[in-house]
Design a protein around this ligand. Structure first.
Ligand SMILES: [Zn+2]
Length: 215
């Protein structure tokens, strides 16, 4: 990412301190703003929320984010934040990647996001790299989701029915079975709808305790 030098305001090397200011799963306001140490305002963008929830290390190559570059935007008093790191071939920017690509129906919710550096993100393109080796019985998935979230959210059943119509239309559904990618997309939608924060990369483990017979 190249940003003209005159637009740079500050470098923040304490990543945790900046990310502690970010609301990871805002409800109602898509990009709530927060105050930076510089006294200016930034918005909790999707990448910032992904960094807050998933950390600042590339999920593929392990490249670690080094500092936030604060830069001026076109809007008065509003700063942008770019995470910068140093790869083998020079500076790079870890960013948020959709595990299930948007073009394949993946949600923009945190559960469907992970952190990839620019190089790994370009390499991945718009493919879904989630392994589809595991097939889960959809009925069992539904029962477990209901048990996990139904009591918390009275409108779950209504949502569940509505979302299943979408789910049934995706390629991930296969005669009553759903694979890992489909499950992540499904659970991310639940997260999006209810503002739940959970690490959906571990949803299969969450829903299926150790030793559970998945067949
Ligand atoms: Zn990488």
């Amino acid at each position: 990412m190249s940003i003209a030098l005159r637009r740079q305001i500050a470098c923040h090397s304490d990543l945790a301190a900046i990310l502690a200011l970010v609301d990871p799963c805002p409800k109602g306001v898509p990009r709530p703003s927060f105050a930076l140490p510089s006294g200016r305002t930034a918005q909790a963008t999707q990448p910032l929320r992904a960094f807050r929830l998933k950390g600042t290390r590339c999920a593929e190559c392990g490249l670690q984010g080094h500092h936030f570059l604060e830069f001026r935007t076109g809007r008065q008093g509003l700063s942008g934040l770019a995470l910068m790191g140093f790869g083998d071939r020079g500076p790079t920017s870890p960013t948020a990647d959709h595990i299930v690509p948007r073009s394949l129906g993946g949600a923009g919710a945190p559960g469907n996001l992970r952190v990839l550096c620019a190089e790994c993100n370009v390499r991945k393109a718009n493919r879904c790299t989630v392994a589809t080796v595991t097939r889960f019985r959809l009925a069992e998935v539904k029962n477990r989701l209901r048990a996990s979230y139904g009591a918390l959210h009275p409108s779950f059943q209504e949502f569940h029915r509505a979302y299943l119509r979408h789910f049934d239309a995706t390629v991930s559904i296969d005669q009553g079975y759903v694979d890992d990618a489909g499950l992540i997309a499904y659970a991310a939608a639940i997260e999006h709808r209810f503002g739940l924060v959970c690490d959906l990369a571990s949803v299969p483990g969450h829903l299926f305790p150790e030793g559970y017979d998945r067949s």
